[in-house]
Ligand binder design. Structure first.
Ligand code: NAI
Length: 389
């Protein structure tokens, strides 16, 4: 019998438990709070009932999934797991504490993973007595629906553990990409300009919120505009990720947070969940129409696209992941209509370099520096996926 232990029965832990149990793993879900386990049990029951109602799973499958999950109140109960995934609060010291506690209650060949979105895997692994068995396994929310999982080896992780972890996660129907242990991994790093440059355009007074969203959806084919997405994620959560990536990159100006978003979060204008964010979600609130001006919309879309491409290219430059994994991650992890590096090939590397240089000339800010890889590619007539032009 294949066994997995999950620490933390919140949003992510419960979702990951559902995924593993669906693929016939025996899951033990542990939480420090009995109330969290009760809540997880209730929520799994009702989610699975809804799947039965919708005809997505049979009543027998629902029962099998529920039978595969047990709820435990002692960390030691996870001792027979071949893989343990930690999904507790996003706090380095608390996570390290759990990894140290695990020292005495897991077998020598157990893989111990963290689902952290922003903390250093190498740092978390250092708290475990066999750090070569530790790895980052980063699911996206909601875990049962999102196909992408980022696998992040720590500096200490053994090659055997990387390939074993990848095999298990693939066997759960997930698409796996591999990322270097750096802030934001792939998705939370490469996606930053989608929010940051949209906010910058707004803060400069170039366009209002609906017009920026309209430009990205209409010209780029994005399912949601940046402000709609920030309201959906929650301005508190999105701001916290931006700030943590900015700090983790030693205050690289490219990731500088916006006061507009900080103030919204401080005011409690969190987006959909609070009824108000960049938009007002009161059903009687007036709807503000976007300005539909080809030149303006094109200018907005081009600026955000070129910043996204530059970020993706820079991730290749710094060996964060392969070009194909970066494109796959953005398509599967955040539903981008196309991979950014594929997009770069289509619009032309020369265009990307020119647009970045125009922004840099205008602002003279590090934020707009063009990645060296793009200049090299232009010089050598190279593309990301089609070899030499
Ligand atoms: P959550 O707040 O919903 O759940 C955390 C659970 O951990 C709670 O039930 C809490 O009682 C439990 N917990 C806290 N400290 C504990 C400890 N010392 N021992 C045992 N249980 C403990 O959090 P969520 O959203 O599920 O996030 C969990 C992790 O997953 C975090 O590291 C987060 O950054 C990461 N993550 C979150 C995503 C999201 O969209 N919510 C997406 C991807 C990763």
């Amino acid at each position: 019998m294949k066994r997995v232990g999950i620490i933390g029965a919140g949003t992510m832990g419960t979702g990951i438990a559902q995924v593993a149990a669906t693929y016939d793993y025996r899951v033990k879900l542990y939480d420090a709070k009995a109330s969290a386990l009760e809540h997880a049990k209730d929520s799994l029951r009702s989610i699975l009932s809804r799947l039965v109602e919708k005809g997505k799973i049979t009543p027998a499958a629902r029962l099998d999934i529920l039978t595969n999950i047990s709820f435990v109140t002692r960390l030691g109960d996870l001792e027979d797991s071949e893989l343990i995934i930690e999904a507790i609060v996003e706090d380095l010291n608390v996570k390290k504490g759990i990894f140290t506690e695990l020292d005495n209650c897991v077998s020598n060949n157990c893989i111990v993973a963290s689902n952290t979105s922003s903390l250093s895997i190498s740092s978390i692994a250092s708290a475990f007595k066999r750090p070569d068995r530790c790895i980052g396994i980063h699911f996206f929310n909601p875990a049962p629906l999102m196909r992408l999982v980022e696998i992040i080896p720590a500096v200490q992780t053994s090659i055997e553990v990387i390939s074993k972890a990848e095999k298990i996660i693939q066997s759960w129907g997930k698409t796996v990409v591999r990322a270097k242990d750096t802030p934001g991994f792939i998705v939370n790093r490469v996606a930053r300009p989608f929010y940051g440059e949209a906010l910058r355009i707004y803060d400069e007074g170039i366009a209002d919120v609906p017009t920026i969203d309209y430009s990205l959806k209409k010209l780029g084919g994005f399912k949601m505009g940046p402000f709609e997405l920030m309201d959906f994620i929650g301005n508190d959560v999105n701001y916290a990720v931006t700030e943590s990536v900015f700090n983790a990159f030693f205050c690289d100006p490219r990731y500088k947070p916006s006061f507009t978003q900080k103030r919204l979060a401080e005011a409690g204008f969190l987006g959909r969940k609070s009824g108000k964010g960049y938009y007002n979600y009161d059903e009687n609130a007036p709807v503000k129409e976007p300005i539909k001006d080809k030149k303006l919309n094109g200018q907005i879309f081009n600026r955000i696209l070129v910043m996204l491409i530059n970020e993706a290219a820079d991730a290749v430059f710094w060996n964060i992941a392969s070009s194909s994994d970066i494109d796959l991650a953005m398509i599967k992890g955040v539903n981008y209509p196309k991979g950014l590096l594929q997009w770069a090939d289509e619009v032309g590397i020369n265009w990307v370099v020119e647009e970045m240089d125009k922004l840099f000339d205008r602002y003279r800010e590090e934020r707009y520096r063009c990645s060296p890889i793009l200049r090299d590619m232009l010089k050598d007539n190279k593309t990301f996926f089609n070899g030499t032009k």
